[in-house]
Write a protein that binds this ligand. Structure first.
Ligand code: ATR
Length: 270
């Protein structure tokens, strides 16, 4: 069983470590998983080469998730909703099924801290990371789902893609965020560059959970601000990373790995 992660850059990807740990849980000795640096203009050619070389599946990371979405012959419902693919599975006829496990990874990690049903959820950001998680969050039947973005037009456009369901997503600029929230998720890339977000005061309900999709050695600026603003729990995105990998592993193998021991050992290594 041969799997890859394709991206650019890729050297720091933790996916091989995670998937090999999952494979070890089931004693899958012939499971291989490697990093592949793909040229920025060479994604489609690289995938064709890998398919010909007998690869069974691949994870797709920055900046190729949208290109992968357009390349797939079939998509899961959640990948179609996300407009992006982070997991490819080779079908028996050699075609590719595209899935997006990012939202499921986030939801599974959030559920470790409590149910989402009936909660007021706010997602900050309106790029690919935000788009990938909205449908799985809606499926948890929150009381409300809001998105806010530095550029409000992007938040509006994203919310418009999810009309017609039981719950309408509310979109706004950061400064126009109204109300308090039980779960606040940073899906912007601001933490990558160590930048704080210009957010209004008073957004955290009693017992609120602040979640940053980023992870790393220290506390992100968003989580530091959230702690000072009274968030009861502040969580980084390491669990989402391991959770999305677990969903991909399940798609490929039909086996559900135990996330917690892998998450704990990765946490210890940060
Ligand atoms: P990704 O795929 O990681 O979501 P993206 O599509 O480039 O990447 O989107 C980046 C997101 O982070 C956007 O919501 C962006 O806000 P804008 O739409 O206004 O650009 C947000 N972002 C990045 N840096 C930010 C910052 N310093 N402050 C606020 N938002 C920021």
């Amino acid at each position: 069983m041969k799997y890859l992660v394709l991206g650019n850059p890729i050297a720091h990807s933790k996916s091989p470590q995670i998937h090999l740990a999952f494979a070890a849980q089931f004693g899958l000795e012939n499971f291989t998983y490697e990093r592949c640096l793909v040229p920025l203009d060479g994604f489609v050619a690289a995938v064709a080469d890998f398919a010909a070389s007998g690869v069974h599946g691949a994870n797709i990371t920055v900046p190729f998730k949208e290109e992968a979405f357009h390349m797939c012959t079939a998509l899961t419902e959640r990948a179609a909703a996300a407009g992006a693919v982070n997991t490819l599975k080779v079908n028996p006829d050699g075609s590719w099924l595209g899935d997006n496990t990012d939202g499921a990874g986030l939801v599974s990690d959030l559920l470790r801290y409590g149910p989402l049903k009936g909660k007021r959820i706010l997602v900050l950001g309106a790029g690919g990371a935000a788009a990938g998680v909205l449908q799985p969050l809606l499926a948890e039947q929150p009381a409300s789902l809001s998105i806010a973005n530095r550029t409000p037009e992007r938040a509006n456009a994203l919310a418009q893609r999810f009309t017609g369901g039981a719950l309408q997503i509310h979109a706004s600029a950061f400064a126009a965020i109204e109300g308090v929230f039980d779960v606040l998720i940073n899906a912007t890339s601001a933490s990558l560059s160590g930048q704080a977000l210009a957010l209004p005061a008073g957004m955290f309900a009693d017992g609120a959970l602040a979640y940053d999709m980023m992870y790393g050695k220290g506390e992100t600026p968003f989580l530091a601000d959230a702690r000072l603003a009274g968030a009861a729990q502040c969580v980084d995105g390491l669990g989402m990373l391991v959770g999305q990998a677990a969903e991909a592993f399940y798609l490929w193998t039909g086996l559900r790995p135990d996330v917690l021991p892998v998450l704990n050992s990765m946490r210890a290594e940060l």
